[in-house]
Write a protein that binds this ligand. Structure first.
Ligand SMILES: [Zn+2]
Length: 103
């Protein structure tokens, strides 16, 4: 094997398929099969993708939805933040119903 410093894992294709296609394939595949951080236990493991959009942590057994090729997308993180905030507000209102009436 020669050097694959620049092309990384797409080096296996040699000179075939064109540089743009190889680059795209490398970017997607390295995200898909590369090290992924579990949002629940923060363990970093390779190959956490179950199938398209569904990710699974082998250590804590957590399953979560993410991007098709990435464990989390920018849009997904946004919705996650919103969901956490809504859940927090809901539980605060439950614990202290008077605070919602004051508003
Ligand atoms: Zn986990």
């Amino acid at each position: 094997m020669g050097k694959t410093k620049k092309v990384g894992i797409s080096g296996r294709f040699g000179a075939r398929y064109g540089s743009k296609l190889r680059k795209q394939w490398r970017d997607i595949t390295s995200k898909q099969k590369g090290i992924t951080k579990c949002p629940k236990c923060n363990t970093k493991l390779p190959n956490m993708r179950e199938f398209v959009g569904v990710w699974h942590c082998k250590k804590c057994g957590a399953t979560w939805t993410g991007g098709s090729w990435e464990s989390a997308t920018a849009r997904g993180k946004e919705s996650h933040r919103i969901a956490i905030r809504m859940a927090r507000e809901a539980s605060e209102a439950e614990q202290n119903p008077a605070s919602t009436i004051k508003k």
